[in-house]
Design a protein around this ligand. Structure first.
Ligand code: PHB
Length: 393
């Protein structure tokens, strides 16, 4: 793990988490979070949880006299078996009303059958493989899918002089999803695939892949790896291997230039083109306010990233549902509200497709720029209302 985000409960409380109106005799509304708070993906869960707590702190911590309690469990993942056990504990022992969080796809997949059996709405704040929402009718996703992002990047690449691409993805759900969507939409737009590789999820070495890419002589290398250590490592391997000098560009999903780690990529990353649904420099008032509030709560060194926005917007959805139900967490009624959520997010316009319960995003094409003392993802083209392509007929 590169950077452990501070979990600053104290400063969130300082923001004024209001329990006014919570009656001593009313049972709390319990939200069980399953997130990675330790291990390689600790930053993910921390960003999600920090942002969800921020949303609550900004909106008041009680609804209709019932206090809202977050019960967060750490999978230390990737760890699907642990996620399943923790979900069982949350449902049976802690009697949570809803399940939320879900940083990694394999953990969300492991919990999905339990959500169905126990009839608990399961709010996905990251896990971004297309099939996740199909694994339980109780799942609603407030993040994105790799298919959304990769299909848009494929179209953009084909329209911008890139004719032949080599794909390199992490060998698990989101990577396979990104590879499939990229190949499909790039070839539909007239492009050719020069070759494809998949790197292991745990402990990948990227240098040998770069040699194979060089030998295949594509115009560009398309990459998806989970954000964090691997994004930094794959970018360094690309830079060290001389691919840029050989005229081979790198294009990627924005996981690699995640704001939590982007500064570690160094100036060699300037100009790198990615597609994604969130940048902390997205030029809207809603985002400026969000970044300001996030940093006021957690410190100016911590930049909110796409994980945080999934947590913030997921909590927004849950909060809306509970307000509209006047503090009654009836699962089926909550689900009906969650699947129709539509609001202005820090990422831009956001809505859930009621038919698929999946996130609909504006996907942006961005490039890495140096702005002041830091690297940023500057959005320069937008593809509004992008749905998961696997679910559109
Ligand atoms: C996922 O496991 O679904 C996942 C993890 C990290 C990412 C994107 C998706 O950057």
């Amino acid at each position: 793990m590169i950077r452990r985000a501070a979990f600053a409960t104290a400063s969130v409380l300082a923001l004024g988490l209001s329990l006014v109106g919570a009656r001593a005799d009313s049972p709390p509304i319990r939200i069980g979070f399953i997130v990675d708070l330790s291990g390689e993906f600790a930053d993910y869960g921390t960003e999600i949880l920090n942002a969800a707590k921020l949303y609550l702190a900004q909106h008041g911590g009680a609804i209709a006299g019932r206090k809202i309690e977050i019960d967060a469990k750490d999978t230390g993942g990737p760890n699907p078996e642990v996620a399943k056990r923790l979900a069982q504990e949350l449902i049976v022992n802690d009697k949570v009303d809803l399940l939320a969080g879900f940083t990694l796809t394999p953990e969300a997949l492991a919990v999905a059958p339990l959500a169905t059996e126990a009839k608990k709405p399961m709010v996905i704040m990251n896990a971004a493989t297309s099939i996740v929402t199909e694994k339980s009718p109780y799942i609603v996703r407030f993040s994105f899918t790799l298919g959304e992002i990769a299909s848009v990047l494929a179209k953009w690449a084909a329209e911008n002089g890139i004719k032949k691409v080599y794909t390199l993805v992490s060998d698990y759900g989101p990577g396979v999803n990104a590879e499939g969507a990229f190949k499909k939409y790039f070839t539909l737009a007239g492009g050719t695939i020069a070759g494809s590789d998949r790197s292991p999820l745990k402990g990948p070495e990227f240098a040998p892949f770069m040699q194979r890419v060089k030998d295949a002589k594509p115009d560009a290398l398309f990459v998806f790896v989970p954000s964090g250590d691997q994004g930094v490592a794959v970018t360094k391997a690309y830079q060290d291997s001389g691919l840029a000098g050989a005229g081979i560009k790198m294009i990627a999903t924005g996981d690699i230039t995640d704001e939590a780690v982007i500064d570690q990529l160094g100036d060699a990353a300037v100009g790198l083109v990615t597609a994604f649904h969130y940048s902390d420099t997205h030029p809207s008032e809603a985002n400026k306010e969000y970044v300001k509030a996030f940093q006021a709560a957690y410190g100016s060194k911590l930049r909110p990233d796409f994980m945080s926005v999934g947590g913030y917007d997921g909590m927004h959805g849950i909060y809306d549902a509970l307000v509209r139900l006047n503090g009654n967490a009836d699962p089926d009624q909550a689900l009906e509200i969650l699947r129709r959520e539509k609001f202005e997010s820090p990422r831009g316009p956001f809505w859930v497709d009621p038919d698929t319960r999946d996130a609909v995003n504006t996907v942006y094409i961005r490039k890495v720029e140096r702005q002041g003392g830091r690297l940023v993802n500057t959005e320069f083209k937008a593809y509004p209302d992008t749905k998961d392509p696997d679910k559109t007929k």
